[in-house]
Design a protein around this ligand. Structure first.
Ligand SMILES: [Zn+2]
Ligand SMILES: [Zn+2]
Length: 517
């Protein structure tokens, strides 16, 4: 039982809305509270009344032994399936209710059913009447798969019917709105598949990661497991990024990361050599194969996990494009993010005032070197102006590895607008969505964030960039063992299995191969 409102503490484990077991409830009662019952989980407003309750459930005596009577008015009632089993649902006939479940396709008579559990096959419905409700749409299409519907509850000849039904949310997860993209509702029902089987024979990729305590360069802290959770969760490739400007930035009073001093000449180059060496040590120590070409990436599977050597920030170049070739040969660098938290020699960043008007000439030359050599160019952290020129300069698809969509960007946001996203997608590239807890509190929300980006740029241009062990706040996805949860959430959001495989690695594999060619 859960409660909310100012009577929270008074209601521990006591009343049902029909008054049963209510004896201990009332001494501390205050007269106007919202409470949440387990099951009757929507807000119900209770007010103190003096009239006795009537029999139809609109008034309820929950206080026989105190003489105080209550009336509840269900602002909106969310029923659970157990209310159909117990018969409690009868009290809500004629009322507007919400119900979560699985919506089946029309039967030969054109009827649609909502059921408690996903059907095992098309046309197959569970037997007991208590686990299904016939649904009559109110007008708009209802969608398929996991949904929450709202409608008026009726009973006819022992069968439950939801009239004037409309879809409130799509996808799994209680009270979690997965709105915005029509495809989320209109895609086919997610069948009951094992999420791990969906990705078992695929090149799954995290396009941006610092997992394993990779960034503890100076302290040289022991690595934490990377390859084991990759095997467990089914992740084949992690794009592991060193951070070459770490010595010169920190979290400031505004809780954001800013540079606080200029680096000494040669400092960030030397630091990056240490960081690359640490990445190689991590790979060696955990038997992670370093991918250096498209064939290697395509062959990668979770039972033999791989890494791509990446750098977050081209600060170690110190403006010298020749160092692109050096890092390619010496460290197997295959993925270079131009800028990070410092306005460097290559261009401007989202989190500081622009200095260069976007990408610099050196930045443009670095992109040409990467294109010629076979290194993926990542424009994460770069300003819109930087991306605009990068998209014009590059001859290969770009990556923007960790962000999410916003239509109302705040100053210095790390999120990107639809225009920004389309510039990247327009090169044939892809955008990694990150699992920032404050934006996406759970996997369903993260899948929704991916769906919103897909709605903007198409299913061929989106992926997952966890920024594992690089996020300042809590992360929704902080172990690769959680990958099946995301797969399930994407299926529940209506993506087909082929699209899930694109989103969870196929799109990066395509971009990577195009850059290696
Ligand atoms: Zn970053
Ligand atoms: Zn990062």
């Amino acid at each position: 039982m859960s409660h909310r409102g100012h009577a929270r503490s008074e209601y521990q484990a006591q009343a049902l809305p029909d008054g049963r077991d209510a004896g201990a409830l009332l001494p501390a009662y205050s007269s106007d509270v919202d409470i949440l019952y387990s099951g009757y989980s929507a807000a119900m407003k209770w007010t103190k009344v003096t009239d006795p309750p009537d029999k139809n459930g609109t008034q309820n005596d929950i206080s026989d032994n105190t003489g105080i009577r209550m009336e509840y008015c269900a602002v909106m009632t969310q029923l659970s399936w157990k209310h159909f089993t117990t018969g409690d649902a009868a009290a809500f006939v004629g009322r507007t209710v919400r119900l979560e479940g699985w919506l089946s396709g029309p039967d030969p008579a054109g009827r649609r059913m909502m059921v408690a559990e996903p059907p095992c096959c098309p046309g197959c419905l569970p037997g007991p009447v208590a686990t299904r409700v016939q649904v009559v749409a109110g007008g708009a299409p209802l969608g398929n798969g996991a949904v929450m519907l709202e409608g008026t509850l009726h009973e006819s000849e022992g069968a439950w019917i939801l009239h004037e039904a409309r879809t409130v949310t799509c996808g799994l997860g209680r009270r979690r709105l997965l709105v915005a993209s029509p495809l989320v509702c209109l895609a086919a029902a997610a069948p009951t598949v094992n999420p791990q089987e969906v990705t078992a024979n695929a090149t799954t990729v995290d396009v941006h990661s610092h997992a394993g305590k990779l960034l503890y360069v100076r302290s040289n802290a022991p690595f934490t497991p990377v390859s084991e959770p990759m095997r467990q969760g089914g992740l084949a490739v992690a794009c592991m990024a060193i951070v070459s400007d770490s010595p010169t930035h920190r979290i400031m009073a505004d809780h954001r990361i800013h540079p606080y001093r200029d680096p000494a000449p040669g400092e960030l180059y030397a630091y990056a050599q240490q960081a690359f060496a640490r990445l190689h040590a991590l790979a060696r120590g955990q038997s992670l194969t370093i991918v250096t070409n498209a064939a290697g990436l395509h062959a990668a599977r979770a039972d033999r996990p791989c890494v791509v050597v990446c750098a977050e920030g081209g600060d170690f170049l110190e403006g010298n494009p020749d160092r692109v070739d050096e890092a390619y040969a010496r460290w197997q660098l295959r993925h270079l993010q131009l800028t990070h938290y410092r306005v460097n020699e290559l261009g401007d960043i989202q989190t500081e005032e622009p200095v260069h008007g976007g990408l610099t000439d050196v930045g443009a030359e670095v992109i040409r070197r990467c294109n010629a050599r076979g290194i993926v160019v990542d424009v994460a952290h770069g300003t819109l102006d930087l991306v605009r020129r990068a998209a014009a300069v590059t001859t290969k698809p770009l990556v923007l590895s960790h962000t999410s969509l916003t239509t109302r960007p705040r100053p210095f946001t790390r999120l990107i607008t639809p225009e920004h996203a389309r510039l990247v997608a327009g090169t044939g590239g892809m955008i990694g969505i990150w699992p920032v807890g404050a934006i996406f509190p759970d996997m369903t929300a993260l899948a929704g964030g991916i769906a919103r980006m897909v709605a903007e740029v198409g299913v061929d241009h989106v992926g997952l960039g966890t920024d594992s062990m690089g996020l300042v706040g809590p992360a929704t996805f902080d172990s690769y063992a959680q990958l099946p949860g995301l797969t399930a959430a994407l299926l529940a959001a209506g993506f087909g299995q082929d699209d899930v495989r694109k989103l969870l690695g196929g799109n990066y594999a395509r971009v990577f191969a195009a850059n290696m060619a």
